[in-house]
Design a protein around this ligand. Sequence first.
Ligand code: FMN
Length: 183
Amino acid sequence: METVKNTLLVIGDPYWPLSVYNKIIADDLQKAIPGLVVSNLYEQYPDYKIDVEKEQKKLTEADNVIVQGPLYWYSLPSLTMRWVEEVFTHGWAYGSEGTALKGKKVVVGITAGASKNDYQGGRFVITEHDIAVRFQATFELCSMDYKGVVFNGGFMNMGNGHADPVMVEAAHRHAEEIISRLK
Ligand SMILES: Cc1cc2nc3c(=O)[nH]c(=O)nc-3n(C[C@H](O)[C@H](O)[C@H](O)COP(=O)(O)O)c2cc1C
């Protein structure tokens, strides 16, 4: 994998100690991106009290931002959404004077338990596009250079630590795809 500089990984996985696939993805990103700054939201803020200034500083210092997490009820987990709500403030992230994020590349990575096909006009009424478009709208409002959502499925985690070898490979490919979007 090629390297990407000044990159911030914001990862939000509520059951981080039990995570199998997001851990693989985060590890791969750390190995591939020298100096990657990792903001593990649930580890830092188990009480949901986000240090807004600290998170804004990390974003200011980053050229590239990766937001990664498991699909939870057809979105990203609540603390990740709260991070957007609290950190992306008016006059800082958006609005006539809110230019802090302007031009920064951003890519979202999502692992789903159900298959990718289920989200492509298959089993569910909601599609991969429906899930992605809220992130596109959010990051484009902040004039970020939106690089899309890397959305992959089949990552069933029963909480028993079992790692399906096929899905381990899929997790590695997921990380590679995230990196390729930032080139
Ligand atoms: C509370 C909860 C909600 C979930 N919601 C969804 C969902 O809406 N759609 C889906 O396909 N998978 C859903 N999943 C499955 C997770 O996305 C899947 O277990 C996760 O991506 C696996 O990654 P991990 O090993 O890092 O935990 C949910 C899991 C939990 C625990």
